[in-house]
Design a protein around this ligand. Structure first.
Ligand code: TYD
Ligand code: MG
Length: 448
């Protein structure tokens, strides 16, 4: 017999409580508890005799990944593993449906693929596929939001790949709450997981992200699936990044880089100079070679130091960790005798990119000094290195690769950590100078 129970579930993190609460004790968000009554049916699907344990050599595995688009495969470490469940998250309008329809079209050239959209009708999907110039006539599309119907189709069609756009539109009939609620999303994803493992179908789920950067409602999803990919970028700019946040079958280091065009997302084969095209030629701008996965990308850091008109100077950072910026400003005050107490400081990474590497520390510091002194950093210089609290410049990985890339783009000078002990400080026509401290770097760039 199914049993019905009433629970209050936080729509942000999925934690449960028998009574309503104003503030979630788990994720600390306010007013997120919603009453959900769930009927716990014994799982109706795929009734099988209990599995027998077996020895490792008896287990047969089909782990041969199949290829999708090259940039997606790069992030996935080779392609899609049969029977895996993948979540692709991103803000609305970023290009998730476009990317996945392109993936579906590519895989459908030689494998059965089912593309299920709960958000767009078959006709809308068809129009999109025409815009993308998809060649695969055999791609199956379906407009459906009922989980039971979808499971039925999965079982009868047995596609190699099924794409569900989006998980927030699905509903399972015996759960009382609305599509998109934590209970629905969790149950639907759980059922799909069982199906993907039992039938060996690779399933990709699309998930919308809320403003604060979590998959709308349920972070629980991140635990259920094998792989979580996020699509990042700005709606008003053309480039998009695909990044693995969790990956059960490989590294989470690689990023895929695309450009949104009139005919869908195109891979960017040589992205290293992509983000420098509209570079500011003004004080406060410094270029740093950042490593994204195996690829060095040159990014422009911008700082603006201006006189503060309020008692408490303002600091703001986009694309850079705010605490990291605060530490760097303190290092500059202490070690370089910069007086920033009466100045507002704003920092930004051009192109709406995010920098997560400490290798950008020294470039950030030089950008601040450049703006504060109103002195241009010559346009053919790159700067990289991690900063310690004592103002010492620490070694960072892959210094040679970064120099090589900068040289290839046409930079002529570089500042790098002396601690890296490079044997070769020339790369093409680029000359690199090692520094031990932040003051040394400052003297190199600004002492006149
Ligand atoms: P979409 O894939 O619908 O985003 P999501 O599924 O993440 O919500 O992409 C929407 C945006 O992409 C929309 O602003 C239009 C744009 N776009 C192009 O620029 N070129 C194209 O070929 C397509 C299909 C969409
Ligand atoms: Mg969409």
């Amino acid at each position: 017999m199914p049993s019905t129970k009433t629970l209050f579930v936080c729509q942000s993190c999925g934690s449960q409580s028998p009574k309503w609460q104003g503030k979630c004790p788990n994720c600390e968000s306010w007013n997120t508890f919603v009453e959900e009554s769930t009927t716990e049916s014994r799982h109706s699907t795929l009734k099988k005799a209990p599995q027998q344990p077996m020895t490792l050599d008896q287990v047969s595995v089909e782990t041969k990944a199949f290829a999708t688009l090259p940039e997606v495969d790069r992030v996935l470490g080779g392609g899609l593993i049969p029977g895996s469940l993948i979540l692709v998250g991103g803000a609305p309008g970023i290009g998730k449906s476009t990317l996945l329809l392109q993936v579906a079209g590519k895989v459908a050239l030689d494998k059965p693929v089912l593309y299920i959209s709960g958000e767009e009708s078959e006709a809308q999907t068809k129009l999109r596929s025409e815009r993308l110039k998809l060649q695969s006539k055999g791609l199956l599309i379906l407009h459906e939001i009922s989980l039971d119907a979808i499971l039925h189709h999965l079982e009868s069609i047995r596609p190699a790949l099924a794409i569900i756009d989006s998980i927030q539109t699905l509903y399972k009939e015996d759960i009382a709450s609305a599509p998109g609620s934590v209970a629905q999303v969790r149950e639907c994803a759980g059922e799909l997981l069982r199906y993907s493992k039992n039938l060996g179908i690779t399933i990709i789920l699309v998930g919308h992200i809320t403003k604060d950067g979590t998959i709308a409602g349920p972070r629980v999803l991140e635990h259920i699936v094998d792989t979580v990919l996020y699509m990042e970028g700005e709606n008003h700019q053309a480039h998009r990044m695909l990044r693995a946040f969790k990956h059960r079958f490989g590294s989470t280091q690689e990023v895929g880089i695309f450009e949104m065009t009139g005919h869908g997302l195109m891979e960017v084969k040589n992205p290293s100079g992509l983000f420098l095209s509209s570079r500011a030629e003004s004080p406060g701008s410094v270029v740093v070679p950042i490593l994204e996965g195996q690829r060095p990308l040159l990014m422009e850091i911008q700082a603006l130091v201006s006189r503060s008109w309020s008692g408490i100077p303002k600091r703001a950072a986009t694309g850079i960790d705010f605490n990291r910026m605060a530490i760097l400003l303190a290092i500059l005050e202490k070690r370089c005798r910069m007086n920033l107490g009466q100045s507002d400081v704003y920092m930004n990474v051009a192109g709406a990119l995010k920098i997560r590497e400490p290798a950008a520390d020294l470039a950030m510091a030089m950008a601040v000094i450049s703006s504060a002194k109103d002195t241009l950093v010559p346009l053919d210089w790159v700067v990289f290195g991690e900063l310690g609290l004592g103002g010492e410049v620490r070694a960072i990985p892959y210094a040679e690769e970064r120099l090589r890339e900068a040289a290839q783009i046409g930079f002529k000078h570089a500042i790098f950590p002396e601690a890296n002990q490079l044997k070769e400080t020339r790369s093409g026509s680029l000359i690199a100078r090692g520094v031990k401290t932040v003051q040394e770097a400052m003297d190199l760039l600004f002492a006149k």
